[in-house]
Design a protein around this ligand. Structure first.
Ligand code: IFM
Length: 459
C-alpha cells in the first residue's frame, strides 16, 4: 500500500508535518510572552470543551529538542510551525522581545541542524490581546501592525528560513472568531464580521511585501478549503451553496489570486480603499491549501440550523450545512471523502487557470482518538487509511495536471484543538497530557515508511 502510494509522487516532493504555536507550545507566561486573544478566550467559562486551555498544551516550548528528534526520525523534509506574535511583540506593536525571538532561534537552528526546512506561519490565530482589545481584525490598524511584525521576522530570519506562510486560515478566523463566536475573540457578528476578512487580506499582502523587502522568499498563505456540494439541483440549494462557497472558499482565494472579490459577496462588503486590492494580490510563490472534508450545503429549512463541529450557527443565515450521508466519519464526526480533495483541486485549476501558482497542501489529517494499548503501541489504523486515501486523491489531481509541490500532515502530534480542547487527537505522535510522554503512533511509522519509499530509500 505504502509503496504504491509513494510511487505516485516525484522524488523532490516536499513531505512535512504541521503544528501551530498556541496548540502546542504551552509556557504562556514564559520569556516575556504577552497575552493573546486565545489566552483570554479560553478563560471564559463554557467556551472550550472540558474547560481546557493552552497553558501547558504539549509543552513544546521546553520539549522542542525532543520534538525535533521525532521529526528527524520521521524523515520529513519540512516542518510547518507558527510564530507566536505575543512572544515576539508582547503587545503586538513596537519593541521586540529578545527572549521570544531567542526561542525561535533555537527552534530554527535545531531544525536546520536536523536537516529539516523550517516553514513557519507568521500568524495562526493568536492575536496579541492588546490589539484584539483595540478591535482586533475589525480594525485596519492590525494589518499595519502585522506588516511591522512581518518585517521584524523577515529581518531576523530571512537567511535561515526557506519557506514562509503569512497567515493560517483567515476564513476560519473571520467566520468562526468574528462571525459565529465559536473561536476567539468570540464575537457573533454574522455578516458584519467581513471587515475582518478585508483586514486579514490586507495584512497578508503587506506581510508579503515586508518579507520580500527583508530578503525573504518562497512565500505563500495557508487557506482552508472544502469542496462545496449543493444539497440538490434545486435553485435555492444551488444559490445557498454558491454563497457558502463564496464565503468559505473564494473570499480569500479570489482577491489574492485574481485581485477581485467574488461578486456574491459585494453586497456584504464595505467599499475597499483604493490600492488595497493591488496590495492583496501581490504575487505569491505558491498557494497553501488546508483541506479535510467536503461540505453539503442547502437553503435554510424551517427549524434547521447550520452546524459547525456541533455548534449551531445563527439560524437566520441564508444557507445550512447538511449531513453528508453514506461516508465513514472521523472521531470529530467529519465525513471521510478522499475524492473530494481531487474535486477541490481540479476546481481550483479550472477557476484560476494560469493565475494559480503551484499548490502546497499545508494541512490534511483526521482526528482519531486512539491511545496506547497494553503494549504501549498506538494502533491508529484509520488515520493511516485516511491519509493514504487522501494522498492517492492528491496524486489523482496531480495526474490531471494540478501542480502540487508538497504535503504537510496535520499534525505532528496531538494538540489543543481550539474549542474542542484536548478531546480531539490529530497527531502522528500521541501525547499523554499528564506526563507529556510522546508515543509515535502506527501512523507515524507508516508515514516514515512512505517518505522513505518516495525518496527511493526503500524499507
Ligand atoms: O487544528 C486545526 C488547525 O489549527 C487549523 N486547521 C484545521 C485544524 C484541525 O481542525
Amino acid at each position: 500500500m505504502n509503496q504504491n502510494t509513494s510511487d505516485l509522487f516525484p522524488r523532490d516532493f516536499v513531505w512535512g508535518v504541521s503544528t501551530a504555536a498556541y496548540q502546542i507550545e504551552g509556557a504562556t507566561t514564559a520569556g516575556g510572552r504577552g497575552r493573546s486573544s486565545w489566552d483570554a478566550f479560553v478563560a471564559e467559562p463554557g467556551r472550550i470543551t472540558n474547560g481546557d486551555t493552552g497553558d501547558t498544551a504539549c509543552d513544546h516550548y521546553h520539549r522542542y529538542p525532543e520534538d525535533i528528534a521525532l521529526m528527524k526520525e520521521l524523515g520529513v523534509d519540512a516542518y510547518r510551525f507558527s510564530f507566536s506574535w505575543s512572544r515576539i511583540q508582547p503587545g503586538g506593536r513596537g519593541a521586540v522581545n529578545g527572549a521570544g525571538l531567542g526561542f525561535y532561534d533555537k527552534l530554527v537552528d535545531g531544525l536546520l541542524e536536523a536537516g529539516i526546512q523550517p516553514s513557519p506561519t507568521l500568524f495562526h490565530w493568536d492575536t496579541p490581546l492588546e490589539l484584539e482589545q483595540a478591535g482586533g481584525w475589525l480594525n485596519r490598524d492590525t494589518a499595519e501592525r502585522f506588516a511591522e511584525y512581518a518585517a521584524v521576522l523577515g529581518g531576523h530570519f530571512a537567511d535561515r528560513i526557506p519557506r514562509w506562510i503569512t497567515i493560517n486560515e483567515p476564513a476560519a478566523l473571520t467566520l468562526l472568531g468574528y462571525g459565529a463566536g465559536i473561536h476567539a475573540p468570540g464575537l457573533a457578528l454574522g455578516f458584519d464580521a467581513l471587515p475582518a476578512a478585508q483586514h486579514l487580506l490586507l495584512a497578508h499582502g503587506l506581510g508579503v511585501q515586508a518579507l520580500r523587502s527583508a530578503g525573504a522568499g518562497n512565500i505563500g498563505i495557508a487557506n482552508n478549503h472544502a469542496a462545496t456540494w449543493p444539497a440538490s439541483e434545486n435553485q435555492a440549494d444551488q444559490q445557498a451553496a454558491g454563497l457558502y462557497d463564496a464565503l468559505t472558499n473564494r473570499m480569500f482565494a479570489d482577491p489574492i489570486l485574481t485581485g477581485a472579490y467574488p461578486g456574491a459577496l459585494t453586497p456584504f462588503l464595505p467599499p475597499l480603499p483604493d490600492g488595497d486590492l493591488a496590495t492583496i494580490s501581490v504575487p505569491i510563490d505558491w498557494y497553501g491549501v488546508n483541506s479535510y472534508n467536503p461540505v453539503l450545503v442547502g437553503a435554510p429549512t424551517a427549524g434547521g440550523a447550520a452546524l459547525v463541529d456541533g455548534h449551531a450557527l445563527d439560524a437566520s443565515l441564508p444557507f445550512e450545512l447538511r449531513e453528508l450521508e453514506g461516508y465513514p466519519r472521523t472521531d470529530f464526526d467529519w465525513p471521510v471523502v478522499p475524492d473530494a480533495l481531487t474535486d477541490l483541486l481540479l476546481g481550483f485549476k479550472d477557476r484560476y487557470g494560469s493565475k494559480l501558482p503551484p499548490i502546497v497542501i499545508t494541512e490534511n489529517g483526521a482526528a482519531y482518538n486512539v491511545g496506547p494499548d497494553d503494549d504501549g503501541r498506538v494502533p491508529d489504523v484509520r488515520r493511516i487509511d485516511y491519509t493514504n486515501a487522501h494522498l492517492q486523491a492528491l496524486a489523482a489531481a496531480m495526474g490531471a495536471g494540478v501542480d502540487v509541490r508538497g504535503y504537510f500532515h496535520w499534525s505532528l502530534m496531538d494538540n489543543f484543538e481550539w474549542a474542542a480542547g484536548y478531546s480531539q487527537r490529530f497527531g502522528l505522535v500521541h501525547i499523554d497530557y499528564e506526563t507529556q510522554k510522546r508515543t509515535p503512533k502506527d501512523s507515524y511509522y507508516w508515514y516514515q515508511q512512505l517518505i522513505r519509499s518516495s525518496k527511493g530509500a526503500g524499507a
